[in-house]
Design a protein around this ligand. Structure first.
Ligand code: IVH
Length: 682
């Protein structure tokens, strides 16, 4: 049907035309973004897109979440909702060389008792991990990884990525499937965006990953839509109704559903070939238009993956081979000291800007005093710098042959550059520390950490505002932020009614951050996000943690003695105890909320299968309900299944359950069981 202004439009006509345009546009998206094989020109595509936008504008009742129009970006949001992942989003252990790859192989061979093992190697895309949920083939929710258990709902932003299908293509459409992959920004787009930012006087993004993460965290999806993000799918996080045997099959199915799958993945019949592939890409990676920071090696057979299982957050069946860092040579202008929040005097180098592995670096870490002396690094030296993946760039050493005699050896300060207090370095400690507890640099760094994105995430409270608040003596510690009034804020330069209101709101909202973030925000030495998670899961509230002896803390798997000592010590310091009391008064969360994170709850250890249509729950709601009470939901019945939740039109599963002697229960019985713990199901 041709679009003509003379055709009298009516809703039936519009419906048909809209559906035609949607199909056509998604087809061309697929050709372009997934197959890399466009069949029409940009102009023609744009014309169709505009027509669809206009028609949907005219007939808002025909709008639909799977329409390509959604890709322009919807309404701005206030904040992101939290989403609990159906299965944890895992991370990967690293192998830094061939020997570590062989050790990985040996480990799994022992565990699997020496069977033949084949692998799949995939490029490790340096982007942002996301989980995409499809129900009945339609994209319904997309989330960030978050802490692996709970992420943020960024559906509206992910819809703007044209490579992500809004509908699955293949006819094997499962009722529920969660696809996982990496959203990333191509290097060419990254460079273009940075040029534009430079022209507008904005600071450039450090690397494509940060730029991609920034784009996905926009509350206004239209901003995300303006960044040409791309996507590669690499796994299925959750699935009902289909079974795979191998990772290769998973990748094939992902492609059939219409996802871009990285074409460089390869089947590897043996570890020798895996190793060859890893080395091959050390140099080949420069030819790609996206950054990769390693090779992911996965055991191909999914039954072996199951047998190998997961330790802490790392699966035993996969490993990430990390490329050695890339090197570059540049001039070291000056050695500076940054006083960290713990008071450590961190030396760093101000460099002549240089490109390393596709990004420009201007500073590099120098570790500590001994390191500078051992390597004999001097100001004015030509130095070799190294950048590896997500690690901070470092100075490897000077190029001594190029010295002119003008270079200046560095003397480490014996006074804190920020407050002039004495510096102390304990024997056996690599770092020197400022001895002044109230050192302004430490206080500022602690505040910056406290309000930062991974911690309390107080928007609109940048370093300059914090500095000003300290200078005007409106705050002394993080807790003071919660007692600021509009009058106080009015004293800040450029703070008018609206900015005051926004900041007060931001501060207020941060009170709802969970205990884990609060603990991380405190800035206890060695307590990063994942250690905070371990401590919170184990202790549940701050008073139990504060009262715990060192050996109890170090008995948690993943928490070593040094960390335990630091945590224990933190709570012995009077000032810290006082700060916590003040933060409690301010209303911050110092215990885990009611929800269970660790699979504990009334359904703990029980496996459920759902069949038929339930009266009050969609299938995914029912699964969420079960999982939030600690149970597991699987797609097929087996002797390990405990209950079959039966709705209307149950199909063959009911019969099979009877044969296996599995108890069928209704939705209302399920809800009752959540309270009773499943002991009585009468
Ligand atoms: S598999 C085993 N495959 O790497 C579960 N991850 O540390 C881990 N990544 O955050 C995921 N490319 O975002 C897998 N081909 C790939 C990947 C990949 C990049 C990222 C992923 C995750 C991190 C794992």
């Amino acid at each position: 049907m041709l679009y003509s202004p003379f055709v009298k439009k009516n809703i039936d006509w519009a419906k048909e035309r809209i559906s035609e345009l949607r199909k056509e546009i998604e087809y061309h998206n697929y050709q372009y973004y997934v197959l890399d094989d466009p069949v029409i020109g940009d102009q023609e595509y744009d014309r169709m897109f505009r027509e669809l936008v206009e028609l949907e504008g005219e007939y808002p009742e025909l709008a639909s979440p799977d329409s390509p129009v959604q890709r322009i970006g919807g309404e701005p949001q206030k904040k992101f909702q939290k989403v609990q992942h159906r299965r944890p989003m895992l991370s990967l252990a690293n192998a830094f060389d061939e020997a570590e790859l062989r050790a990985f192989y040996k480990r799994i061979r022992n565990l699997l008792e020496s069977v033949e093992i084949d692998f799949v190697t995939e490029l490790k895309i340096d982007g942002v991990a996301v989980a995409l949920s499809y129900e009945d083939g339609v994209f319904v929710r997309g989330a960030t990884r978050g802490n692996g258990l709970i992420g943020e709902d960024i559906t509206a932003n992910l819809r703007t990525i044209r490579a992500i299908p809004l509908k699955l293509r293949d006819n094997k459409k499962p009722e529920v499937v969660e696809v996982r992959g990496e959203a990333y920004l191509p290097i060419s787009a990254f460079e273009r965006i940075n040029e534009e930012r430079a022209q507008e006087g904005e600071s450039p993004f450090a690397n494509p990953r940060n730029a991609a993460a920034g784009a996905l965290r926009q509350l206004n999806p239209q901003v995300t839509a303006s960044r040409p993000l791309a996507f590669f799918a690499y796994s299925v996080g959750y699935l009902e109704g289909l079974n795979f045997r191998t990772q290769i099959q998973v990748l094939e199915q992902l492609r059939e559903w219409g996802f871009p799958v990285n074409p460089q993945h390869r089947y590897q019949p043996s570890m020798e070939e895996v190793i060859r592939f890893c080395h091959e890409w050390e140099s080949k990676r420069k030819s790609l238009d996206y950054q990769i920071d390693g090779i992911v090696v996965k055991v191909n057979r999914l039954d072996y993956q199951d047998r190998l299982g997961v330790v802490s957050r790392d699966p035993r069946w996969a490993i990430s081979f990390k490329f050695p860092g890339e090197l570059a040579t540049t001039r070291l202008h000056e050695i500076k000291i940054n006083v960290g929040r713990s008071g450590a005097l961190n030396p760093y180098a101000l460099l002549e800007p240089v490109q390393v592995g596709g990004v420009t670096i201007r500073t590099a870490t120098l570790h500590n005093e001994d390191d500078i002396r051992r390597k004999d690094i001097r100001e004015g030296d030509l130095v070799v710098v190294k950048r590896a993946g997500d690690v901070i760039p470092q100075v490897v050493g000077p190029v001594r042959e190029k010295r002119t005699g003008q270079e200046r050896p560095f003397t480490y300060p014996d006074r804190c550059p920020a407050c002039n207090a004495a510096v102390r370095r304990e024997p056996g400690d690599a770092m020197a520390y400022c001895t002044n507890r109230n050192c302004p640099a430490q206080v500022l760094e602690a505040l910056k950490h406290f309000v930062s994105q991974g911690a309390m995430d107080i928007r609109g409270l940048g370093p300059q505002t914090l500095e000003k608040l300290l200078e005007l003596e409106l705050i002394e510690d993080p807790a003071d932020l919660y007692f600021l009034t509009a009058e106080d804020l009015a004293k800040l330069p450029n703070f008018k009614e609206k900015s005051i209101k926004n900041l007060l709101n931001g501060i207020e909202q941060s009170k709802s951050q969970g205990f884990q973030r609060v603990l991380f925000a405190l800035g206890v030495r060695h307590v990063g996000e994942s250690i905070a998670e371990l401590l919170v899961t184990d202790f549940g509230d701050i008073d139990s943690l504060a009262a715990a002896p060192e050996d109890e803390i170090s008995s948690i798997q993943g928490v070593g003695p040094e960390i335990a000592r630091s945590v224990h010590h933190y709570f012995q310091v009077e000032d810290n105890r006082r700060l916590i009391e003040k933060l409690k008064k301010a209303g911050l969360q110092f215990q885990v909320a009611g929800e269970t994170l660790k699979g504990e709850g009334s359904f703990s250890g029980r496996a459920f299968v759902i069949t038929g249509t339930l009266p009050g729950f969609s299938r995914s709601q029912a699964a969420e309900f079960i999982e939030s009470h600690g149970g597991r939901v699987t797609s097929s019945l087996s002797s390990k299944t405990d209950f079959l939740v039966v709705g209307e039109g149950p199909g063959s599963k009911l019969k099979k359950a009877e044969e296996l002697g599995i108890a069928p229960i209704s939705e209302s019985e399920l809800k009752k069981m959540a309270i009773t713990g499943g002991e009585e199901t009468d």
